[in-house]
Design a protein around this ligand. Structure first.
Ligand code: BG6
Length: 516
């Protein structure tokens, strides 16, 4: 069943209208008992309330399998907020929020539970004047996405009529490969129109990631050099020091490639490489992102062997403590062949980027936590300094620091004062915190708000998701056919397997060490 009327999404995210409280609505969280809810979603709602971005007419319903009373649910959320809030907890605001919380018990497969949910929502509309506008957050395993969507449709809970809107947010991962993502898209499109679908990628909620757009399209001086004529290569590192913590069950099925690459890292690539959109309308931006994702060169079997590296951490140390190997983590198969590290070299087939390699790496239990994008420019055409003490000129690097420090820096050579001509590498640094102060956030605030105001610019469209999986699928296939024989192959607390360095050294390049 298709939704009745297309409620045209407004595009306010990049307009002067953004920043006002969203309109009346109810948020329904499926899988409310999970980690995401307590660590991210409630702290994000709390921050939104603090910034006066939640409407006065707001309510929230948690859907879970376990019986619990509304009072106990409210108490539990208040306690969790005290633990996980990213900003100071004000009791009056916590009460305001918890007074709007409801709990609905039911299993995801039970049609009766959706009927009762509909009754509860209608009652909430009366009590809180929420106007029949609902958004559902599916914080469940992706196996339930199809079922929940179908049931919501059957219970008439996705129909948009008489100006009221209904939207669904899908947590990542959206599918576990191209076939399943495609099937899932088809399944949910039976029920929803694309403008009701919000496939979330929390990297797009990060200020520094959004700043890539502002930086590229709000400044004239970089655009002329932002292409194959001037750029030697691009590196993206997303390094984590944490292991798999409590998520071994999920992660052992997923692995680093699925968990990080077709979503977070490809979002970064698309923002760095896309052409200027004709406007900041959701579709104009996403059209350009999709084009560059489609231009990523598909890998042949030979390419997979030559241009991909996988790794799994063994025991190691962070300098102070011994760290266990991946295979000893809770809920991980003791003989697991799942990768916890991946490095890739990708190329893009379009006029702007042909021949410019994109080197990506991400992993768990690496030496430091740091995410950054490095744009390395070509060296000067010849060595003017050959009769001087200058032996080597460091290439210019433009670095987008995503976390933990948020900022941008430009590295260039400068003469070291003195009678001998010697060059040193210096940095021009911009740090967010220095200019704008730092605002404690979970990264989910912006995305929840965007969904409430109906702007899907920062969410993934069906074609983007499928374009991303198409690049990754050949790697998954070859890796599955040729299981790794050398796992574990890097110690926890290191920079990953040596092959990742070799991937660049073969091309006469090297990884920039983040945090420098
Ligand atoms: C999640 C992955 O999507 O992103 C996790 O499932 C990963 O494995 C996390 O740790 C990283 O997010 P952030 O915001 O800490 O870089």
């Amino acid at each position: 069943m298709k939704a009745d009327a297309a409620i045209a999404p407004q595009t306010r995210a990049f307009s002067a209208e953004a920043g006002r409280p969203a309109g009346p609505c109810v948020m329904v969280i499926f899988g409310v008992g999970g980690d995401l809810t307590k660590r991210k979603l409630f702290p994000a709602l709390y921050n939104l309330a603090k910034e006066n971005l939640l409407p006065k007419q707001f309510a929230m319903v948690g859907v879970g399998r376990h019986e619990t009373s509304v009072e106990d649910f409210r108490k539990k959320i208040a306690q969790e907020l005290a633990e996980f809030a990213t900003s100071e907890v004000e009791p009056a605001l916590v009460s305001w929020l918890t007074e709007r919380l409801y709990y609905h018990v039911g299993t995801f497969e039970d049609a009766g539970a959706y009927k009762r949910l509909g009754e509860l929502l209608r009652q909430i509309d009366k009590d809180h004047s929420t106007g029949g506008n609902y958004f559902y957050y599916l914080a469940t395993a992706p196996d339930f996405f199809g079922e929940i969507t179908r049931q919501l449709g059957q219970a008439q809970l996705t129909q948009q009529e008489q100006g009221r809107w209904r939207r669904v947010i899908y947590e990542k991962p959206f599918g576990n490969g191209l076939p399943s993502a495609h099937a899932l898209n088809q399944e949910i499109e039976q029920v929803l129109q694309e403008n009701q679908i919000y496939r979330i990628d929390h990297y797009l909620g990060k200020e520094t990631v959004q700043n890539i757009l502002a930086f590229r399209f709000g400044n004239g001086i970089f655009e002329p050099v932002w292409n194959r004529g001037y750029i030697d290569h691009v590196q993206i590192t997303v390094a984590e020091t944490v292991g798999v913590e409590t998520r071994g069950g999920y992660y052992d099925q997923s692995g680093a490639l699925r968990d990080m690459v077709p979503n977070h890292i490809f979002q970064l690539i698309s923002l760095v490489t896309m052409e200027p959109p004709v406007s900041f309308d959701a579709d104009a931006v996403r059209d350009e992102q999709t084009k560059v994702l489609r231009a990523l060169q598909p890998l042949t079997e030979q390419d997979v062997l030559m241009r991909t590296v996988r790794g799994q951490y063994g025991e190691g140390s962070d300098g102070q403590n011994r760290l266990p190997g991946y295979r000893s983590e809770p809920r991980v198969d003791p003989n697991s062949k799942t990768e916890t590290f991946v490095a890739l070299k990708l190329l893009m087939d379009n006029w702007r980027w042909a021949g410019v390699p994109f080197y990506l790496r991400t992993g768990k239990r690496l030496k430091i936590r740091a995410s950054e994008i490095v744009i390395q420019f070509k060296s000067v055409p010849f060595m003017l300094f050959r009769r001087t003490a200058v032996e080597r000129l460091a290439p210019n690097q433009f670095i987008v620091h995503i976390q933990p420090q948020e900022g941008i820096s430009l590295q260039f050579g400068a003469k070291i004062p003195g009678p001998i001509v010697k060059l040193g590498t210096v940095n021009m640094d911009f740090r967010y915190a220095d200019y704008f102060g730092s605002k404690p956030s979970t990264g989910y605030e912006r995305l929840l708000y965007e969904c409430m105001i109906g702007d899907a610019t920062l969410f993934q469209r069906a074609d983007m998701v499928e374009a991303s999986w198409s690049v990754v699928q050949p790697i998954l296939d070859v890796w599955q056919a040729l299981p790794p024989r050398n796992f574990p192959n890097y110690p926890a607390g290191s920079w990953g397997p040596w092959e990742a360095n070799d991937l660049l050294e073969r091309d006469g390049r090297q990884w920039r060490e983040p945090g420098q």
